[in-house]
Ligand binder design. Structure first.
Ligand code: NAP
Length: 293
């Protein structure tokens, strides 16, 4: 019955979707449609390839066809902000929107990547801990905001371009700014021994380059004992970085749960009801297993 529902489009079917460019790689339709089917709701979640120049027209078109809400991925996460009527404080602080919903005044935007990132880290006391973030792109912004929420004493962001790092640091305000430090890759050896949570937000190690790792094992073993390595990448699972961390006795968290939980929070916002995150996770795992076999 569940699988039948996902193929039944009726005259009353409501639409959700995801915009990006390209969009073919997106796994969001897999997990959202699985949840909608399990909830037996007359909804469909579709991918929309929107070139950057077409973004304003796309929003008007979505309004015209009554789209209920949509996810936003690269390259629109920042560009969409000025086109929205309402932007949540979280999305403003991060400087990126990944979820758009309807309001009486037009489209509203928020960012659920932070909820996704935080999900596997809940239940620990991070108050005296130090986080080290590899990369200073879009995902790093949600990670920094999440680490601030968890109460990390210091948050270090490591990048390869000193100018970009300074722009990144200056873009934050109190209270994030007070705990945020930036450094270049060659400073890693000094930072790792104090680091309790090491997060990879670069694409290094992502398919189709699964043999790459952001750190070589000789550097990684400088990480403080008991530390956790967290890789935002979810294909392959585990990445080379996490394999190395596990072999050295560190904890390891991959990016799948972040993907699932950011999607679940978005779907809950659109539907205004609880959603089955376990179904979304299983749908993704099934899909990835079939794709890789
Ligand atoms: P992004 O905005 O392009 O940022 C990528 C960052 O990685 C930039 O700071 C970039 O440095 C750095 N970088 C790229 N290649 C590098 C290299 N060879 N050496 C050193 N640094 C390098 O991308 P993003 O949106 O933040 O996404 C980053 C990763 O996170 C992707 O793998 C994405 O799939 C993953 N992600 C996962 C989730 C999830 O739900 N699990 C959510 C969001 C993102 P420069 O600025 O110097 O170019």
């Amino acid at each position: 019955m569940t699988s039948l529902r996902s193929f039944r489009i009726t005259g009353k079917t409501k639409l959700l979707g995801v915009i990006g460019h390209p969009i073919e790689h997106s796994l969001s339709p897999v997990m959202h449609n699985a949840a909608l089917a399990a909830l037996n709701l007359d909804y469909a979640y579709l991918p929309f390839a929107i070139a950057p120049a077409n973004l304003p027209r796309a929003l008007d078109g979505f309004e015209a066809i009554g789209l209920q809400g949509f996810s936003v991925t690269i390259p629109h996460k920042q560009a969409i902000i000025p086109l929205l009527s309402e932007v949540s404080d979280t999305a403003r602080a991060i400087g990126a929107v990944n979820t758009v919903y309807r309001t009486s005044a037009g489209w509203g935007g928020t960012n659920t990547d932070i909820d996704g990132f935080l999900a596997p880290l809940q239940g620990y006391d991070w108050q005296e801990s130090i986080a080290l973030v590899l990369g200073n792109g879009g995902a790093a912004r949600a990670v920094v905001a999440g680490c601030e929420q968890l109460g990390f004493r210091q948050i270090h962001v490591v990048g390869r371009d000193r100018q970009k790092l300074e722009v990144f640091r200056q873009s934050w305000h109190h209270p994030v700014f007070d705990r945020l430090f930036v450094a270049e890759w060659q400073e890693l050896a000094n930072l790792l021994p104090q680091t309790n949570l090491l997060i990879n937000t670069t694409p290094i190690g992502m398919a189709p380059h699964p043999d790459a790792s952001p750190l070589d094992p000789f550097l990684l073993e400088k990480l403080s004992s008991g530390a956790i390595a967290y890789d935002l990448i979810y294909t392959p699972r585990p990445t080379r970085f996490l394999q190395q961390a596990k072999a050295l006795g560190y904890g390891a968290i991959d990016g799948l749960e972040m993907l699932v939980q950011q999607g679940a929070v978005a779907l809950q916002l659109w539907l205004q009801q609880p959603v089955p995150a376990d179904i979304m996770r299983s749908a993704l795992l099934d899909f990835l297993q079939c794709r890789n076999s």
